[in-house]
Design a protein around this ligand. Sequence first.
Ligand SMILES: CC(C)(COP(=O)(O)OP(=O)(O)OC[C@H]1O[C@@H](n2cnc3c(N)ncnc32)[C@H](O)[C@@H]1OP(=O)(O)O)[C@@H](O)C(=O)NCCC(=O)NCCS
Length: 172
Amino acid sequence: MIDDLPAGFGARRLDEEDHLPVLAVLDSWWGGLKGPAGAKERALLLPRLYFQHFTSTSFVVERDNGEMAAFLIGFLSQTEPEAAYVHFVGVDPALHGRGIGRALYRAFFALVREHGRRHVSCITSPQNSASQAFHTRLGFTTSAVKPGYDGPGLDRVVFGIDLGAGARNSGA
Ligand SMILES: CC(C)(COP(=O)(O)OP(=O)(O)OC[C@H]1O[C@@H](n2cnc3c(N)ncnc32)[C@H](O)[C@@H]1OP(=O)(O)O)[C@@H](O)C(=O)NCCC(=O)NCCS
């Protein structure tokens, strides 16, 4: 399913049983970003519906022993026929810098291309500098901080990539 993972790792589609295990790692994988308010914000961004209705465009990476190593939750836009969206991506901090995040995006890009999509977007908090560096490396454009983008007090940075714009900008 994802053939460019490091040795000892495999991938599968997300399923409903992943809901609580994913919630359980959010705080440590996000390094406690933005304190208790950040923890609450992240947990509320991942209700069970993502693990019921978006599984065919979402992935889990596991170690050979079945322990979760990373996940990506994405979907095809219901509204924009050429668009797809990455809602959440996380890699176990012990495995950062090994290309797992890139491999997840590559797999997502391939999947959405098969569905005729070319624009992929996602967002992050202005405080999440690692996410901004990562998405920039993958070829995403990065907006200026958008105050109140997700509601009062919820500022965001918006990333976008056009998969039709050539290999250099495909994250591959
Ligand atoms: C952001 C995240 C998903 C990156 O995953 P990863 O597996 O470590 O990333 P990769 O190893 O695939 O790196 C891909 C590229 O991005 C770069 N990159 C990744 N994290 C980086 C960082 N913190 N600073 C600078 N560059 C970074 C890598 O150097 C690599 O570039 P290269 O291929 O040119 O060497 C991971 O750090 C993470 O899970 N963070 C916590 C959760 C989070 O913030 N998620 C995103 C917001 S929803």
